[in-house]
Design a protein around this ligand. Structure first.
Ligand SMILES: O=C(O)c1ccccc1NCC(=O)[C@H](O)[C@H](O)COP(=O)(O)O
Length: 221
């Protein structure tokens, strides 16, 4: 089975190239000032221009207003918007209409009742990002390198494609795919050696492990 991989939080051109060469399907750019992966709109444009045809460029925003989104969408060549805040289903539908781009809505999961939101958003979003719920008081609503209990989404189906995220690494992604039946996976922290610092070898190892073409996983100290 083909697994599609998204590497999120890219900040350097060489990592965009590594993502493409490894065979990932999506490259994610973060627009959230408190994040160590935050990009200015101009930085994101320059990075997006490094992406070859076939690598989908995803802008991740958090409760962004229209003027910020207009600026991003007008400046950065994009293939998808990832909404990672508390955007309502109505807001998701509105943005989908406004920009004509596919929307992936992130939903944080910690326990069974959290799953209801996935059903709700699947009616308005093009894709779902099934992520770990951030811990109380966390600065970042995602990208915390924390996993949730994958048994909660074991063999669950929603009416739109979904992507598993949260605490995935080259070491655990194959097991996560096996346990959940996910056909798409997303990673940020698990391919970094420090917050916001991606590692090309870990990117390659992650894609290989996720897609079942694993060679060896580098150990970083
Ligand atoms: O990465 C960030 O800094 C970030 C900031 C604000 C909202 C979301 C953010 N990241 C989301 C992701 O990178 C992933 O989509 C997902 O949460 C998995 O992250 P990780 O657990 O670090 O692999």
């Amino acid at each position: 089975m083909d697994i599609r991989v998204k590497i999120c939080g890219l900040t350097q051109p060489e990592h965009v190239h590594a993502v493409a060469e490894a065979g990932a399907a999506y490259a994610g750019f973060v627009f959230f000032e408190k994040s160590p992966r935050h990009l200015t709109v101009e930085q994101a444009r320059d990075l997006a221009l490094e992406a070859p045809v076939g690598l989908a460029k995803v802008a991740l925003t958090v409760n962004a207003d229209d003027s910020y989104l207009d600026w991003i969408v007008e400046t950065v060549p994009l293939d998808m918007l990832q909404l990672h805040g508390s955007e309502s289903p109505e807001r998701v539908a509105e943005l989908r209409e406004r920009y004509g781009l596919p929307i992936m809505k992130a939903v944080g999961i910690a326990e069974e009742p959290d799953l209801a939101a996935l059903q709700e958003y699947s009616a308005v979003a093009d894709q779902l990002l099934v992520d770990a719920k951030p811990p109380k008081g966390a600065v970042l609503p995602g990208g915390n390198g924390l996993a949730f209990d994958w048994r909660l989404v074991n063999r669950k189906y929603w009416p739109c494609p979904w992507m598993l995220a949260g605490g995935l690494t080259p070491h655990n992604v194959a097991e996560a795919v096996r346990m959940t039946g996910a056909r798409q996976v997303d990673v940020s922290s698990g391919v970094e050696f420090a917050p916001g610092q991606k590692d090309a070898n870990l990117i390659r190892a992650f894609v290989e492990a996720a897609t079942g073409k694993q060679k060896d996983v580098p150990i970083l100290r």
